[in-house]
Design a binder for this molecule. Structure first.
Ligand SMILES: NC(=O)c1ccc[n+]([C@@H]2O[C@H](COP(=O)([O-])OP(=O)(O)OC[C@H]3O[C@@H](n4cnc5c(N)ncnc54)[C@H](O)[C@@H]3O)[C@@H](O)[C@H]2O)c1
Ligand SMILES: [Zn+2]
Ligand SMILES: [Zn+2]
Length: 372
């Protein structure tokens, strides 16, 4: 069939509405009609060329939709099922999946190529006869997409899909960065560095676990105001102020945990975060930056050692998609996780590039593409 996707044809470039050819679902695959897709900064890293990619790429990895076709001999699925896309494929069998770390499933490296995970030469989308890479194997910015059934999580039909889309990446990533990847607990002082679609959920999580201070840091005033509405006790525009504040509350020690959710992370950001934490505290590094080269992190490494600090990388907030996606939606239903408040602006599929421009101008907590 034909479908329309927001496709990146050049790097650097912009996502452009493009008609592509889409294979029907094979065994183990599902045809999904998309309802909503979030504009996560990670897709912009590809557009600006910070993340290398084979082109063309049909973008988007945060979204939700309805199953409208099921491949042959694919048990457990039916047309009409509601699904949240998972940019992490969960095989359920590899060492990581079997030890409660589905976010690190071995299939992840294969879906990253944008081809079928079981056949790196086989692509589900083509444009003018050439293979189209599906971002994270899902291509959320598509009216229809075909995905591996291991790349979606089924959810209850009564959850609004435009809100469910948010837990597909940003919400789970930000939330889990605190609840899974830091040691923060009730009574602690937590800094969240960068309040976008990911960081706002670190703010919500730090509030939910009972942190006594949640210090949100963002240069954009609107982000700081939103953070305070969603659980931050303090908001500053620099890490210098945030660190001084955390030290003033901890007898000079520093924050128990700092989560780095800046849009384009560099080594200086990481060093600021390391300097903000107390002895044996944790920096959770969730934000990403240029993937083409490694950055230096200008820290005093001996002090890092003797203060026994921890710098913890975090993919998808250490969440298990099959458990955490429905669980976060249950928290939304219970009112303990806010999702409605995260959507600042909505866009049509044609407006994906505009959405990323707005994101970088600091206008959105999350921009969301709604499909008609
Ligand atoms: N590890 C993962 O699994 C994962 C998943 C999703 C996104 N990400 C990454 O997380 C990062 C955040 O994504 P997002 O969609 O929330 O981006 P975003 O652009 O919506 O938010 C980033 C925020 O950082 C703020 N910021 C910029 N410079 C800052 C500074 N020096 N100090 C404090 N704040 C600063 C911006 O004003 C903005 O509000 C991106 O790098 C993205 O690629 C990682
Ligand atoms: Zn994302
Ligand atoms: Zn696995």
């Amino acid at each position: 069939m034909k479908t329309r996707s927001a496709v990146l044809h050049a790097q650097p470039g912009q996502y452009e509405l493009t008609e592509v050819d889409l294979d029907g679902p094979r065994q183990g695959e599902l045809l999904v009609e998309m309802v909503a897709a979030g504009l996560c900064h990670t897709d912009d890293h590809v557009a600006v060329g910070d993340s290398p990619a084979r082109l063309p790429v049909a973008g988007g990895h945060e979204g939700a939709g309805v199953v409208v076709g099921v491949g042959p001999d694919t048990p457990g699925w039916a047309e009409g099922d509601h699904v949240v896309l998972s940019f992490i494929t969960v095989c359920g069998r590899c060492r990581m999946c079997s030890t409660g770390r589905q976010n690190l499933c071995d299939l992840g490296a294969k879906t990253f190529t944008g081809a079928r995970p079981d056949d790196p030469t086989s692509f589900r989308m083509t444009y003018q006869g050439r293979p189209v890479v599906q971002t994270s194997g899902v291509s959320a910015f598509s009216e229809h997409t075909v995905v591996d059934a291991r790349s979606v999580v089924k959810i209850d039909r009564d959850v609004p899909l435009d809100k469910a889309a948010l837990v597909s990446c940003g919400v789970a990533t930000g939330w889990g960065s605190v609840t899974n990847m830091s040691d923060a607990r009730a009574g602690d002082v937590v800094i969240v560095m960068g309040v976008g679609g990911v960081g706002i959920n670190s703010v919500q999580a730090a509030h939910a676990i009972g942190a006594r201070a949640v210090i949100a840091v963002d240069p954009v005033e609107f982000k700081r105001e939103t953070a305070v509405k969603l659980g931050a006790t303090h908001a500053t525009d620099t890490m210098k102020e945030a660190t001084a504040l955390a030290q003033s509350m901890t007898n000079g020690q520093g924050a128990d945990a700092t989560v780095v959710t800046v849009g384009v992370v560099n080594g200086d950001h990481i060093a600021e975060a390391v300097n903000s934490i107390r002895k044996a505290g944790t920096v959770v590094l969730t934000g990403t930056g240029g993937m083409r080269q490694s950055v230096g992190i200008p820290i005093h490494h001996t002090m890092f050692t003797v203060f026994q600090k921890r710098l913890q990388g975090a993919l998808f907030g250490g969440c298990n998609p099959r458990w955490d996606i429905p669980n976060l939606l249950a928290q939304y239903a219970a009112g303990t996780l806010k999702l409605d408040e995260l959507v600042t602006r909505t866009y049509t599929l044609e407006q994906v590039a505009q959405g990323f421009t707005d994101m970088k101008a600091g206008k959105n907590i999350r921009g969301v593409v709604l499909f008609d």
